[in-house]
Design a protein around this ligand. Structure first.
Ligand SMILES: NC(=O)c1ccc[n+]([C@@H]2O[C@H](COP(=O)([O-])OP(=O)(O)OC[C@H]3O[C@@H](n4cnc5c(N)ncnc54)[C@H](OP(=O)(O)O)[C@@H]3O)[C@@H](O)[C@H]2O)c1
Length: 487
């Protein structure tokens, strides 16, 4: 990649740039993976100069890297420039274009690291200034989640984005797909001969996908009140994990072939409307409790949260994929804030043996065969099975066979943003969501949102911070003769 290239970050003074984008760019530079020369052009409102931008970016890299005061080479920051402008001020885009032309930029990547309600203005500015073409090389755009807040707003946004960019220029980012262990789901399934034959309704009893966080809503109440788990986590990250777990093998490992298979899973999801949506979902909200030995406040006491808020901070759901592979196999999804542990995992629970020879008590309930794909924090894969313990033949103990990413490969997996930024620059969209995928995910989710709205619950079931959700959530799964796996 030996062409003058630039990343234009709309929202360069914000949190995402400081915590994620700059450390990722720094790593790419350190590993000589950025095209040369490479420019970072920041766009935001604050009264910063080029110099201040460089200082701030240097600072954010130091914090993220925890360099222990050691000097890191940040020479690439000399190529950072700042455009101070409101997104609604078309003059700013003219200055941006002038900067790109002066630097003789060939390839340009626009990154929307801005509040979602600013996206339409940014698109308009890009279009008016002719920033979506007029470059000798490629022009691409990365758009952050949330991509819409329901089906109609997502479709509206998509229409506007397509007025400015073609689909092959658009990279809708879900950083979860940049995680090594998420990509490993596909490798595990499709690069090995022994698992795939067992990956279906004949052998699998059910699947659980858990994404738990110990953190509360923090200072994001303004956003979270409008989002809840369903928009913040379920519509994007959880449905993405579900599609990777359930999809058929693609005909090739190419962007469209992979995404063609993922969308089929979303299309096969049994849609929930009205009463069905209420029966198959379970919401909750945290109240004060203890996390890591410290008392934390309840959701309604968080600054910026309405006193009568009905925003869910916990969600459990039962899903069915109505196709030949998965007919009748429930997928149980759970996610929440202020849960006892921050962990993301996919658990495949296998059916019990047809006849219990060793008096193994309640094979399905107490010690089933589990395949656990841990996405974070301890990236790896574990298979649990029964082994004979020393002593009488009927003493069987559950044991594990484990693969641990760090001890096997000797290093932490790289940050998701690093991988994804590189993919965008290489033009590889495999790990980005396509328009039809976003639409299908929103179609499913919006039905549920509408059912919740019609039901008009005044109070959600509550759970103490530091517990695995409201008490009723156990019953939710026990009705099906199953139980949650709490790591
Ligand atoms: N933070 C994360 O970890 C994270 C994770 C996933 C997705 N996202 C998504 O990434 C996007 C950015 O999030 P963030 O947390 O970085 O937000 P943020 O900290 O609030 O930053 C917003 C940025 O947009 C700029 N901005 C806002 N309104 C503007 C205007 N009218 N004109 C010019 N600049 C304007 C701000 O500039 P000034 O402050 O200088 O005005 C700031 O640079 C959002 O869509 C969010 O949903 C964030």
């Amino acid at each position: 990649m030996q062409n003058s290239s630039a990343i234009v970050i709309f929202g360069v003074t914000g949190d995402l740039t400081a915590r994620k984008l700059m450390p990722a760019l720094y790593h790419l530079d350190r590993n000589s993976r950025l095209p040369q020369p490479f420019f970072i052009i920041g766009f935001a409102r604050r009264q910063w100069s080029d110099q201040i931008l460089r200082q701030q970016l240097r600072q954010s890299i130091r914090i993220a890297e925890d360099t222990g005061g050691q000097e890191t080479s940040l020479a690439f920051l000399q190529n950072c420039f700042y455009i101070q402008s409101d997104f609604q001020d078309w003059e700013g885009y003219r200055r941006l274009k002038q900067t790109l032309v002066e630097k003789q930029i060939v390839n340009v990547l626009y990154y929307f690291a801005a509040p979602p309600d600013a996206y339409l203005n940014i698109l308009e500015g890009i279009k008016l200034a002719g920033l979506n073409h007029d470059f000798p090389g490629w022009v691409r755009v990365v758009i952050e989640k949330p991509y819409g807040r329901d089906l109609s707003s997502a479709m509206n946004l998509d229409q506007k984005v397509h007025e400015v960019f073609s689909e092959d220029q658009i990279f809708r980012i879900d950083h979860y797909l940049g995680k090594e262990t998420v990509q490993n789901i596909l490798v595990f399934r499709f690069a090995n001969g022994i698992f795939e034959p067992l990956w279906n309704r004949r052998y699998i009893d059910h699947v659980q996908i858990l994404m738990a966080e110990t953190v509360g809503v923090g200072n994001r109440a303004g956003y979270y009140e409008q989002a809840g788990v369903i928009r913040d986590i379920f519509q994007n990250h959880l449905l993405q994990l579900l599609t990777l777990t359930a999809m058929e093998a693609p005909v090739a490992f190419t962007a469209d072939a992979v995404r063609d298979e993922k969308i089929k899973v979303l299309q096969a999801l049994r849609p929930y409307k009205g009463e069905d949506a209420l029966i198959n979902t379970f919401r909750g909200q945290y109240v004060s409790g203890v996390i890591d030995g410290k008392r934390v406040i309840g959701y309604k006491d968080e600054p910026g949260v309405a006193i009568n808020s009905t925003t869910e901070t916990f969600l459990a759901m039962r899903l069915f994929i109505d196709n030949w592979r998965w007919a009748g196999v429930p997928f149980y999804i759970r996610s929440g804030k202020r849960l006892p542990k921050s962990v993301t995992e996919i658990v495949i629970q296998y059916k019990q043996v047809p006849l219990s020879l060793f008096g193994w008590r309640n094979m399905a309930g107490d010690a089933p065969n589990l395949l656990i794909l841990c996405i974070q924090p301890d990236e790896g894969i574990t298979l649990t099975f029964g082994a004979k313990a020393p002593g009488p033949i009927h003493q069987i103990a559950p044991v594990n066979m484990s693969f641990d990413y760090v001890s096997t490969f000797g290093s932490e997996p790289p940050e998701a943003y690093e991988r994804l930024l590189l993919d965008v620059m290489m033009g590889d969209a495999t790990l980005f969501t396509r328009a039809d995928e976003v639409e299908a995910a929103w179609r499913f989710t919006t039905n549920i949102l509408e059912a919740w709205e019609q039901a008009g619950l005044k109070n959600l079931p509550v759970y103490e911070a530091g517990t695995w959700g409201p008490s009723g959530v156990d019953e939710f799964i026990q009705r099906d003769g199953r139980k949650w796996r709490n790591p």
